[in-house]
Design a protein around this ligand. Structure first.
Ligand SMILES: [Zn+2]
Length: 308
């Protein structure tokens, strides 16, 4: 079995204001780097349409309708200070969810060794009832619940190495011990949550990193906090909230990782998946705003996924 890559042209049609870091060129940069023949063994799949009913796994219906009603007929409208919507945003958001859920189906039904979903907008800042931080709905949270509802997964671990804390994922699973949420992120930084003391029902593991942290302390955090928590939890599926904005080139933060660190962390989580989840692992793109840093990091991440 191969690593599956989910993409769709609609992800380029969620348009943000000029100068906004979360822009379509991010996906073009990923597409270009994965065009290399080193990635010819990737099983490339067009993201299927999403089932809107699955959004309700993580968000109440009145919030979903509020977001739908905010999508403009033309132009760009602000949803919050840094989140905006364009006419095709709804289609992009729902298809990103469709791709994540399909990737979960693939690993449970034996169609893929693992999967990477190259979609936008990202999702990890979306709380139960709040769209924020470039995010509308929490794709990783929906995919985790989809694994529980459709495939009877008892325990799902979400590992979030985006440089920003995934306040949305933490919010959604705050009192749900069937989902482990582990995050490494810069602190202080947007959105301000993610202290070690935030532990939910014992299922939230935050490993904040000080500005200017490099790969050594990131790996320490993984080895001392993230990986032992996953081993103790023994998940049936690992979902990675794969943001690449902790790369040293990224303009939105001050963590100094290299693509080798993402390669290493991917390998560690694959070993975890081998120990607990029958290798079931799905990775979802979150942030990453320097095009070169993003492209090199995704190449290292996907290259490691392909090694199986
Ligand atoms: Zn981020």
């Amino acid at each position: 079995m191969a690593t599956r890559l989910y993409t769709h042209p609609i992800f380029l049609e969620h348009i943000t204001p000029p100068g906004h870091p979360e822009r379509p060129d991010r996906l073009r940069a990923i597409e270009r780097v994965l065009d290399d023949e080193a990635f010819s063994a990737l099983d490339r799949v067009i993201a299927p349409e999403g089932d809107e009913a699955t959004i309700l796994y993580a968000h109440p219906g009145n919030f979903v309708e509020r977001v739908r009603a905010a999508i403009p007929q033309s132009g760009i409208v602000s949803i919050d200070a840094d989140t905006s919507a364009s006419p095709k945003s709804w289609q992009a958001v729902v298809r990103a969810i469709g791709a994540a859920n399909a990737a979960v189906d693939d690993v449970f039904e034996g169609r893929a060794a693992n999967a990477f979903v190259a979609a936008r907008p990202p999702g990890h800042h979306a709380e139960k009832t709040t769209a924020m931080g470039f995010c509308f709905f929490n794709t990783a949270a929906i995919a985790a619940r989809h694994a529980q509802k459709k495939h009877q997964a008892e325990r799902v671990a979400i590992v979030d190495w985006d440089v920003h804390h995934g306040n949305g994922t933490q919010d959604i699973f705050w009192d749900d011990p069937s989902v482990l949420y582990c995050s490494t992120h810069q602190m202080p930084l947007y959105p301000g949550t993610g202290a070690k003391s935030e532990t939910g029902a014992g299922n939230i593991v935050n490993a904040p990193l000080a500005p200017q942290t490099g790969g050594d302390l990131f790996r320490d955090a993984f080895l001392s906090r993230v990986l032992p928590s996953i081993d103790a939890f023994a998940p049936d599926l690992i979902i990675i909230s794969a943001g690449f904005d902790a790369h040293h080139r990224d303009p939105l933060a001050e963590i100094n990782l290299t693509e080798d660190d993402f390669d290493w962390a991917t390998g560690q989580l694959m070993e975890c998946a081998g120990r607990h989840s029958g290798n079931k692992l799905v990775s979802l793109l979150e942030g990453g705003y320097d095009l070169q840093g993003l492209a090199f990091s995704v190449a290292a991440h996907v290259g490691r996924l392909m090694k199986g």
